[in-house]
Ligand binder design. Structure first.
Ligand code: N2P
Length: 354
């Protein structure tokens, strides 16, 4: 009888343990909550839930629409965020303004998974303040019902003759650096021009373009296209590809003149309530399967080399996501333009107010 009882007891214990997944003891250093400030639709929301399940940390997310927007919020004193996602040049700007915490890589061993090309970037030598998250390009999204051939030149966005001929309705990113950058590129200048004359020319191009622009939009530009409300637009590759999963009229092309390539990064504000928890989350995001899950959702490139084998082959084989070398050569990173930032900001307001 006793033997039966202990057998039943042992079975019961086994069932309880396997039911609980033999969860590791909770890490007492972890905060209960983590506040992420991210671009919209830039992570599979399941990842937040999986992290909460495994680590007992509830993740909440607010979103921003441009680097300038993110910077303005932090400068205005938003102090509740543990993790932010600035692009390359903005890491540099924020570091100079002393807004970023130095990362403790002892808590981020999965940093070893990052591909070499993304290490030690010019905007953050030695990766002291940032970990690459996703990378992509800025180009032209278009309605395949409207264009038989891909509108693969910036002339489709800016040349009044071409615009008059196609009568395309255009959306532009509500983003000073991106939209002014595209106009500069169209004129044959660098997207990082600090030359007042070149910038003034770009401004005139953008003002002239307004006749065809129906929206300055950075969050839902791909939905405008999917809904047939615009015929083409300047936007970020992955957002268009995500929309293309549902809407077969949507596609994306990199203009032949070239365009902007960017790396968005995970960084921790100096004012973060829980730096340690943010680092544990960064480390989690760098697990190969988790990084792949991000890319399989966002359709942006992953800087995580170890993630490659888990990424959908359709994404890896898409030349507008992983462009061939000759296209890569034409792409430019945005850089901190120093004092000229003021000119960009002022011009952007003037263009939109016109
Ligand atoms: C995600 C936007 C991508 C960020 N929706 C562009 N840097």
């Amino acid at each position: 009888m006793n033997r039966w009882l202990s057998l039943i007891g042992a079975l019961f214990l086994l069932a309880t343990l396997s039911g609980s997944g033999l969860a590791a003891a909770p890490d007492p250093k972890l905060a209960k909550e983590l506040h992420v400030f991210n671009w919209s639709e830039y992570i599979d929301p399941e990842i937040y839930r999986d992290f909460e399940q495994e680590f007992g940390v509830k993740v909440t997310e607010d979103t921003f629409a441009s680097n300038e927007d993110l910077l303005a919020k932090l400068q205005a004193g938003a102090t509740g965020y543990d993790l932010i996602v600035p692009s390359d040049y903005m890491v540099n700007v924020m570091h100079q303004l002393d807004l970023l915490a130095e990362l403790d890589f002892a808590n981020i061993p999965n940093f070893a998974n990052v591909a070499e090309t993304f290490l030690d970037p010019p905007y953050d030598p030695g990766n002291r303040y940032s970990v690459p998250y996703q990378w992509g390009t800025t180009g032209i999204g278009y309605d395949t019902n409207f264009f038989e051939e891909p509108p693969d030149s910036l002339a489709y966005l800016f040349n009044p003759d071409v615009l008059a001929e196609t009568a395309g309705r255009v959306s532009m990113l509500n983003d000073s650096r991106e939209s002014i950058g595209a106009a500069l590129k169209y004129l044959g200048y660098s997207v990082n021009s600090q030359d007042e004359k070149e910038l003034e020319e770009a401004k005139q191009i953008l003002i002239q373009q307004k006749e065809w622009v129906t929206a300055y939009e950075s969050d839902g530009f791909e939905d405008l296209l999917a809904a047939g409300e615009v015929d083409l637009g300047l936007g970020w590759s992955g957002d268009y590809f995500m929309a293309a999963e549902e809407a077969d009229n949507v596609w994306y092309t990199i203009p032949k003149e070239g365009g902007v390539i960017w790396t968005d990064n995970l960084a921790i504000p100096r004012t973060a309530p829980s730096q340690y928890t943010a680092e544990v989350f960064i480390n989690y995001l760098l697990r190969p399967e988790v990084s792949a899950k991000v890319t399989n959702y966002t359709w942006y490139g992953s800087p995580n080399e170890a993630a490659t084998e888990f990424i959908d082959p359709q994404i890896l084989e898409e030349p507008a996501i992983y462009p061939p070398a000759e296209v890569m050569e034409k792409l430019e990173f945005l850089r901190d333009v120093g004092e000229a930032t003021m000119i960009y900001d002022r011009m952007w307001t003037e263009i939109k107010l016109q």
